[in-house]
Ligand binder design. Structure first.
Ligand SMILES: C/C=C/C(=O)SCCNC(=O)CCNC(=O)[C@H](O)C(C)(C)COP(=O)(O)OP(=O)(O)OC[C@H]1O[C@@H](n2cnc3c(N)ncnc32)[C@H](O)[C@@H]1OP(=O)(O)O
Length: 260
């Protein structure tokens, strides 16, 4: 058990919850990076977790970005080593066969925003602000922000946000498609948990396939992506879940999906 526990994983009802708790702003320090890597390995090794929620402790910040004061330590071997570790974690989030929801309890800035961009869904408290202010420090996002933001909201809006470093409101983030939902202040985690519990009882194989197809297909020519979709349709016809789903509908009862 690390003496300075800044990242916690709890699991209940098939839902894993990762909480980043590094006051005062949940900045990404070396401890946060290492403990986040550890808990994601636990998630990967778990047979119990069917949906994952990531949130920040407190009501001020989800994650206020990399720990600017800790840069020398984090970057002692250059920015590539630090970024590679985060790239592995964010790639895991994008490839994990389960829905991953960011519950935005507060400011998501810089690396915090980049963590959010690697999740599948984003639910924000109404007072949340989110953005990539790196340019105001003379930096650029180094954890995938230039690429994932442009893919999510389009190049024009992404360039505007990257050039200006503007921190946008939750409502604006909703308007541009950066978040799925804006909820009353202080309820983002509760709403994310409600959704995660529902998804954890859902057809996990179908959701995993849909996630993979959207992520992988977005980088393929359309016809190749359609073929990849059809291959997954053929695979899903061999699953017990599909049989269960059809029988449950016919017999007018809730389906009980076993993720196989
Ligand atoms: C590859 C990734 C790159 C990046 O992520 S670059 C970093 C991107 N993030 C930022 O640029 C955010 C910088 N921080 C801020 O803009 C503000 O802060 C906040 C909006 C987060 C909060 O503002 P307010 O409420 O006025 O509080 P406060 O006095 O500015 O901060 C409280 C304490 O928190 C420290 N702090 C804030 N952000 C960071 C950070 N990103 N890294 C390290 N420390 C941070 C401050 O210094 C201060 O500390 P003390 O009380 O000792 O003066």
């Amino acid at each position: 058990m690390p003496e300075n526990k800044v990242v916690e994983l709890t699991v209940a009802e098939g839902v894993g919850v990762i909480t980043i708790n590094n006051p005062p702003v949940n900045a990404l320090t070396l401890d946060v990076r290492e403990q986040l890597r550890q808990v994601l390995q636990e998630v990967e090794g778990s047979n119990e977790i069917r949906a994952l929620v990531i949130t920040g402790a407190g009501s001020k910040c989800f994650v206020a970005g990399a720990d600017i004061k800790d840069f020398p330590r984090q970057m002692e071997n250059g920015p590539r080593e630090n970024a590679t570790i985060y790239k592995e974690m964010f790639t895991y989030l994008e490839e994990a066969p389960m829905p991953i929801i960011a519950a935005l309890n507060g400011l998501a800035l810089g690396g915090g925003c980049e963590l959010v961009l690697a999740c599948d869904l984003r639910i924000a408290d109404e007072l949340v602000k989110i953005g990539l202010p790196e340019v105001t420090l003379g930096l650029i996002p180094g954890l995938g922000g230039t690429q994932r933001l442009a893919r999510l909201v389009g190049q024009t809006k992404a360039k505007e946000l990257l050039f200006t470093g503007t921190i946008i409101s939750a409502e604006e983030a909703l308007r541009i498609g950066l978040v799925n939902q804006v909820v009353p202040q202080g309820t983002a985690l509760e709403e994310a948990l409600k959704l995660a519990r529902k998804l954890a009882k859902g057809a996990g194989v179908a959701m995993a396939y849909a996630k993979h197809l959207v992520n992988a297909g977005s980088e393929l020519p359309l016809q190749e992506a359609l073929e990849m979709e059809m291959q997954h349709v053929e695979k899903i016809f061999d699953t017990e879940d599909l049989q269960e789903g059809l029988e449950a509908f016919i017999n007018k009862r809730p389906a009980v999906f076993k993720n196989r």
